[in-house]
Write a protein that binds this ligand. Sequence first.
Ligand SMILES: C[S@@+](CC[C@H](N)C(=O)[O-])C[C@H]1O[C@@H](n2cnc3c(N)ncnc32)[C@H](O)[C@@H]1O
Length: 451
Amino acid sequence: MTEVKTNQQLNIRLLAVKALSDINRNGAYANIKLQEYLQKYHLSDLDRRFFTELVYGVIRRKNYLDAIIVHFAKRPLKKLSSMVVEILRLGIYQIIYMDKVPESAAVNESVKLAKKLTRGLSGFVNAVLRSVLRESDSISIGELAKSEAEEISFIYNQPLWLVDLWMNEMGKDKTIDLCAWFNEQPRLTARINTVKVSIEDCLKELRDLGWTVEQDNDIPEVVYIDAHQGHLEKAKPVMEGHITFMDKASMLVAHVVDPKPGERILDCCAAPGGKSMHMASLMNNTGAIMSCDIYDHKLELMNQNAERLGVSIVSTKLQDGRYLPDNWKEQFDRVLVDAPCSGLGILQKKLDMRWRKTQSLLTDLPPLQLEILEKAAEMVKVNGYLVYSTCTINSGENEDVLEKFLATHKNFIIDPVSFEGLPQAADGMISTYPPRDQMDGFFMARVKRIS
Ligand SMILES: C[S@@+](CC[C@H](N)C(=O)[O-])C[C@H]1O[C@@H](n2cnc3c(N)ncnc32)[C@H](O)[C@@H]1O
């Protein structure tokens, strides 16, 4: 992207519609697309803020905006051209949520966009938006929703199938708390890399930079960064590998594996390497960690991470977890299966992620997860440990997979895990619940090979 236009020539709403179309229609990641546009176009601070609010605002309210479109356009979304949908979303968002934008400007500018970007649909856009202007005050979310779950999905901007899933699993109140949590700004969390720096020195280093940081009460290497200066990825503590960004729930996993210095560890689904690197630091960078993944480019990322973090005991290998080599059988003290999963526990991290998830993940993933777990189990030494973890809060990928595994592997028994600051799980497995535990939603369980 080399084209740079000056501010005066630019129509910010036009840029926003194009960005939204890239995100919603072509599957671009919202944060990446936004940065791309901001780098391409030199916008004033005011325009940057307006552009960002339009794009993120529409993504944040997409569900409800779509219900309003369907109501006033009197036809399903599928029957409308996708460009018209983007223009209407943007127009309605301005009318309902942006007090500073005059309603007439929201309508007129949308009509101009429709003239520019569609064939003969500006009259339709005008008619829908004018109906919204006239009647939106008298329409409530409750009236638009056909069920309690749909009402929650409108209020909290979650796909209906996800709300249905959570309502079934945890009931209405917990579902609402969870949906609200996923809409909150995530707290920036990092791991202090004790391979390179002591926790005390690192906290001092961060505070000396003028950052506002707080150490976690339960896991000493967890640090919350509540304020910082400059570009984070280029900050000295990051470049020098003193800290690396990851959530507290993700850091619990290495503690559940509990690797000891000098041991041999297998990490079956390892990229980009967050947990491998954490395990290396818990092992004082002594012993050996074999870190596998099926994507070459991710292994490369893992090698770069290891270099930045000063980790020397991680070897990376392109290897499918379902087909681990026979000569690895019973060779490892501890094996981690941090399985590919639906990622439904980390929806707070990216606002648009929830719209990429599909219900088919719930049926496609468990057989794969079980297959990897069963193969990985063969690699554990007698008296060694196997840990199964996911970043999802869906029992079909969590407890159900583990229970199926245990039902056919009588030589493995649950080795109960518990943590300071987390409620003791009755069944010895840990499921973090984000609003209660103030961290991502993860599942983890450790089993011991007894024969
Ligand atoms: C949850 S992520 C792992 C995150 C990683 N453990 C970390 O802490 O950074 C799951 C990983 O499994 C990998 N994967 C998917 N299918 C796999 C398979 N059949 N065998 C091994 N790895 C697989 C994906 O490429 C992805 O990197």
